[in-house]
Design a protein around this ligand. Structure first.
Ligand code: SF4
Length: 337
């Protein structure tokens, strides 16, 4: 995919819109929760940006902080959590907004779709009515207008017989149709930013490809930006202009998508790429990165316990993200800047 233009700001690549300002500009984001006498940081000092019409892929295993990053954008972290840093969206810092102001933006300017639509949909309300309610609440449409627009939206996301399907309850739709219906609901208010959290993980490969295609088509039509979260680098590579690899709450590599695949530099990124099936390689079992994500390490590189290159130095000093080529940043002591 084509990469959005970038400038470098304080060591961070910043994707620019046509007017020179990114739609989303996250600076030094932290999300923490009380733990014993102190606190535990789930997201630690994350900085990234997304231009209008651009897709940023965020990749990492479960527990890397991907979903918490998205919930922070929506102001939806659990009540005992604390957000630090800045989330500048369209020139406004969401972190300093009241809950009421955040609610106004949520669903209208920033929308989210999830892996399992049933968690986001009301099981006892028809699909059409759920979409219409969003339009009544956020766009001020009458019930009749909203119902008509809901059917249009179902047609737009490729649901056959949309007027009839609008009368169905979520459980009456297939997995792929439910995901399309959730996309219709998310797009109801024409959001500027869509957060897609593992949107195709529960679907089979053919339906997965159709949903990715649909998202790209809708993005083109509306110049919408997408933050696409997945544990699967192969899926992200289908849609993303740039990719941020997260590990234990931090970005460990951040680069344009093509650059990340042609020149992965962080051992964790290299491991993730190695886990992908390769049709040219005849292997009985796919590669698995040994160990699991552990973030409660007091010093040094968080990946050291799993890294094939780790040495004593890695266990003492935590590497910072540094730019090694234009727009390509890596946090590894063994990668020279
Ligand atoms: S700093 Fe050391 S442990 Fe961490 S990724 Fe680099 S080589 Fe591995």
């Amino acid at each position: 995919m084509q990469q959005a233009s970038q400038r470098v700001d304080g060591g961070q690549p910043v994707a620019l819109s046509a007017n020179g300002v990114p739609l989303l500009d996250v600076r030094d984001l932290t999300v923490s929760f009380p733990a014993g006498a102190g606190s535990t940081h789930i997201v630690r000092g994350l900085s990234y940006s997304i231009a209008r019409g651009e897709t940023l892929g965020i990749v990492g295993e479960s527990g890397c902080g991907k979903t918490m990053t998205s919930l922070a954008l929506l102001g939806l972290i659990p009540a005992n959590g604390t957000i630090g840093g800045e989330i500048n969206f369209g020139g406004r810092n969401l972190v300093s907004m009241t809950q009421r102001q955040q609610r106004h933006i949520r669903g209208r300017e920033i929308a989210m779709i999830f892996q399992e639509p049933m968690t986001a949909m009301n099981p006892v309300m028809t699909v059409g009515r759920q979409i219409a309610e969003v339009l009544v609440r956020h766009e001020g449409l009458s019930k009749k207008e909203a119902g008509k627009r809901a059917v249009d939206l179902l047609a737009q996301v490729g649901i056959p017989s949309p007027a009839r399907r609008a009368e169905d309850y979520p459980h009456q739709l297939s997995g792929g149709m439910r995901q399309r219906a959730m996309i219709a609901m998310a797009l109801a208010c024409r959001p500027q930013l869509l957060i897609a959290d593992e949107p195709t993980t529960a679907l089979d490969v053919t339906i997965q490809a159709q949903i990715l295609d649909l998202m790209l088509t809708l993005q083109d039509e509306a110049q919408m930006s997408i933050q696409f979260i997945s544990h699967n680098l192969a899926v992200v590579s289908e849609v993303a202009h740039s990719i941020m690899v997260m590990y234990a709450g931090k970005a460990v590599e951040y680069a344009p998508a093509e650059e990340l695949f042609s020149n992965p530099l962080h051992p964790y990124t290299q491991g993730l790429i190695k886990t992908l099936p390769d049709p040219d390689r005849q292997v009985k079992r796919l590669y698995v990165i040994p160990g699991r994500v552990v973030s409660d390490i007091s010093a040094g590189c968080r990946f050291a316990r799993r890294c094939p290159l780790a040495d004593d130095g890695c266990r003492k000093v935590e590497p910072e993200l540094v730019e090694v080529a234009p727009g390509h940043q890596v946090a590894c002591l063994k990668v020279a800047s």
